[in-house]
Design a protein around this ligand. Structure first.
Ligand code: SF4
Length: 417
């Protein structure tokens, strides 16, 4: 369940269990071992985990020898309470707690991972591979549960990441996507002082690797060094995801975001000066507790002014056990949240129509990911989705495309070759 981070970790677990000789089954009822990787970032995600745990209880009742392990953000420090509430679960382990999982595998005579989960090869045979580089978050935004569940920031050693990336490329990957809840905080806890810029420099040397992306960033951790590295390294894509969350200073303060709207504006100005063709995406939460009509208008104006290449908009929903849930009543009506969300979506659609229209007639290089129907598709260096026609097999190749038309969400073109 959940984000790319969970998917990457699940892939790693699956690969290692397969390397021990275990096979995956399509029907969960046939499984001898079930590992549930959970997400609780929103209350409805936690409700789904509860539902899944209930479902597994029924299955285990019919097959008592089934062993079930649960990991991910559902797992709190209070293992005693979890074991009491869910006696049908054999083992709980927090994300990345390899030793606990390893000990359990041994105690169940399943085998051993022989090492840390952070070192698991997460690559798959796919073209684009996720690689988690930092776990946890130190920021404690008032609406977010992640720091309480994933703990404080812990960066992986750069040599482990490079080794994993090299292996992924040997297995066919052409693009790596570095992941972290707060990816641009990478390295702050490392003694050797390698930051994200340094790590990107190391990865940029890997032969056969064509592109490097990373997400998600916190505006306050976007250093000049990192922007310079992205500007100078030829494989690092010109795309930053920099979540704004709100365009009003009082709301930003209540969110504990640690920057003002003007700080954010200056950052965007600086990034655009140093990397003129950068594509910027952001996240916005509408209807945060106490958000007035005027405060929403402030957010609307910032989105209008900064003209992002993508805006991911969410309506606020209370997440229990967070600062916001305990201190701020969820007082914006759901209809009002939805109206605000739709207004922002409408604005972004207009902006994207204009931005993408300007790309018509240009020649762009895309990394081809696959084929849908009779069209090939891939992404540009600045993360634009492009569909094109062509007569060869282009999968995994960099192809020059002439852009012929544009919609708000994608570009269409034809191959030059
Ligand atoms: S930066 Fe804020 S929103 Fe993002 S994971 Fe950390 S606490 Fe949550």
């Amino acid at each position: 369940m959940g984000c790319q981070m969970n998917k990457a970790e699940s892939t790693g677990l699956a690969r290692h269990l397969a390397s021990m000789g275990l096979e995956s089954v399509k029907d969960i009822k046939e499984a001898d071992i079930v590992i549930l990787n959970t997400c609780v970032v929103r209350q409805n995600a936690e409700d789904k985990v509860d539902g899944m745990l209930g479902y597994l209880k029924g299955i285990k009742h019919a097959k008592p020898e089934m062993r079930i392990a649960v990991t991910g953000c559902f797992v709190t420090d209070d293992l005693r309470a979890l074991n009491k509430s869910f006696p049908h679960i054999n083992h709980f382990f927090k994300p990345g707690e390899s030793h606990s999982f390893d000990d359990w595998l041994l105690s169940e005579s399943i085998g051993s991972l022989h090492g840390s989960l952070e070192k698991l090869p997460l690559s798959s045979s796919s073209l684009s591979v996720y690689i988690p580089i930092i776990q946890g978050c130190n920021n404690y935004c008032s609406y977010c549960i992640v720091p309480y569940r994933r703990g404080r920031e812990r960066s992986r050693a750069p040599e482990d990441i490079v080794e994993e990336a090299e292996r992924a490329v040997e297995e066919g990957a052409r693009e790596i996507i570095l992941l972290g809840q707060n990816v641009n905080s990478y390295g702050k806890d490392l003694v050797n002082g390698t930051g994200l810029g340094g790590l990107l420099t190391l990865l940029n040397h890997i032969e056969g690797l064509l592109r490097i992306r990373f997400l998600t960033n916190h505006p306050k951790d976007m250093s000049l060094d990192l922007i310079k590295s992205v500007a100078s390294l030829d494989k690092v894509c010109h795309h930053f995801c920099v979540p704004l969350q709100a365009g009003d200073d009082l709301i930003l303060k209540a969110m504990h975001r640690q920057y003002t709207c003007n700080d954010y504006r200056s950052l965007i100005r600086q990034i655009r000066q140093m990397i003129p063709d950068i594509a910027l995406s952001t996240d916005i939460i509408v209807g945060f507790p106490g958000e007035s009509e005027d405060q929403f208008e402030n957010t609307f104006k910032v989105v209008e002014e900064l003209r992002f290449d993508a805006v991911h908009i969410a309506a606020y929903s209370t997440r229990s056990q967070t600062y916001a849930s305990e201190h701020f009543p969820d007082d914006v009506l759901s209809e009002v949240k939805m109206q605000r969300l739709r207004r922002l979506e409408g604005l972004q659609k207009e902006i994207l129509t204009e931005i993408n229209q300007q790309l018509v007639g240009q020649r762009m290089e895309i990394l081809v990911e696959g084929k849908k129907g009779d069209k090939w598709f891939g992404r540009t260096f600045s993360d634009k989705l492009v569909f094109f026609t062509g007569s060869r097999n282009y999968a995994g190749q960099l192809v020059s495309i002439h852009i012929e038309s544009a919609s708000p969400w994608s570009l269409q073109g034809a191959s030059f070759i």
